[in-house]
Write a protein that binds this ligand. Structure first.
Ligand code: MF3
Ligand code: CO
Length: 248
């Protein structure tokens, strides 16, 4: 069952989402060779605490950190570490903040110094996939309109769309209905309605979209160890169209 949110509830979710947006705005200029993802994790947690928010991912299903830090061939759910980021890396930082019982979720891919032309193209196309998906999240459209726009763009650029990790409704719970893959057909799937709040979070790969999970039980990597990127926003559907609650 999809839990529709009132205007007041959407404003409460937006507050949680804006804490996440501030986290991303703060670290964007700090992502440079030498910084560690543990340091980034600490900065995220400090910003959440400052706002009276909680790092919801920490302890969620046993996940140990405030953020997921996924470098290069890691698609998602990588652990922050003390290994300094290096020139040429790409890193996706994903987090969820809880404020007054409401959740906000956003992930962003960052370039570490100068990156390869392929890495640049991958993060550009992945962001474009998110934007194209959001543009289709109109009341009256269907989820297939969102997912097919993402799939068509990624595949037209020679990239893959990860199937094994899903986007989701969000509110008081992190994973509400609808849960859906970022692939589909126009005109198919659930109809999008005013009051829905959900994530769009395409994970796009340089090569195969098949993935493996490390022995730590979390770290999801591309099977061919080629690059992966991800951008994620939490959006609300209003009568005027989609609103990006995690807008930075
Ligand atoms: N933020 C993630 C998402 O987009 C959830 C991370 S899983 C966790 O759904 F366990 F690490 F929290
Ligand atoms: Co997320």
């Amino acid at each position: 069952m999809v839990i529709l949110k009132s205007k007041y509830e959407i404003e409460a979710i937006r507050k949680a989402c804006q804490v996440v947006a501030e986290c991303h705005r703060t670290i964007a200029p700090l992502i440079k060779p030498g910084i560690t993802t543990n340091e980034i994790d600490r900065i995220f947690e400090d910003i959440m605490m400052k706002h009276g928010a909680k790092p919801y991912q920490k302890g969620y299903k046993g996940y140990p950190y405030a953020t997921c830090a996924s470098t290069n061939d890691v698609i998602a759910h990588g652990f922050p570490s003390n290994k300094p980021l290096e020139v040429g890396d790409i890193v996706t930082i994903d987090t969820v903040a809880e404020l007054d019982g409401w959740l906000g979720d956003s992930a962003w891919s960052y370039a570490v110094g100068d990156i390869s032309p392929m890495a640049k193209k991958l993060i550009r196309v992945t962001k474009e996939c998110l934007d194209l998906g959001i543009a289709q999240a109109q009341p009256g459209n269907r989820l297939g309109d969102v997912t097919s726009a993402i799939q068509r763009h990624a595949e037209s650029q020679g990239f893959g769309v990860v199937r094994d990790l899903l986007a989701h409704g969000i509110g008081r719970d992190l994973h509400e209905e609808p849960t859906y893959m970022h692939v589909g057909k126009p005109g198919k799937g659930l109809r999008i309605k005013e009051g829905m709040v959900f994530t769009i979070e395409p994970m796009i790969t340089e090569g195969t979209y098949f993935m493996t999970i490390d022995p730590d039980g979390w770290t999801a990597r591309t099977k061919d160890n080629k690059l992966a990127a991800q951008y994620e926003h939490t959006i609300a559907i209003t009568s005027e169209g989609p609103q990006i609650l995690t807008m930075q």
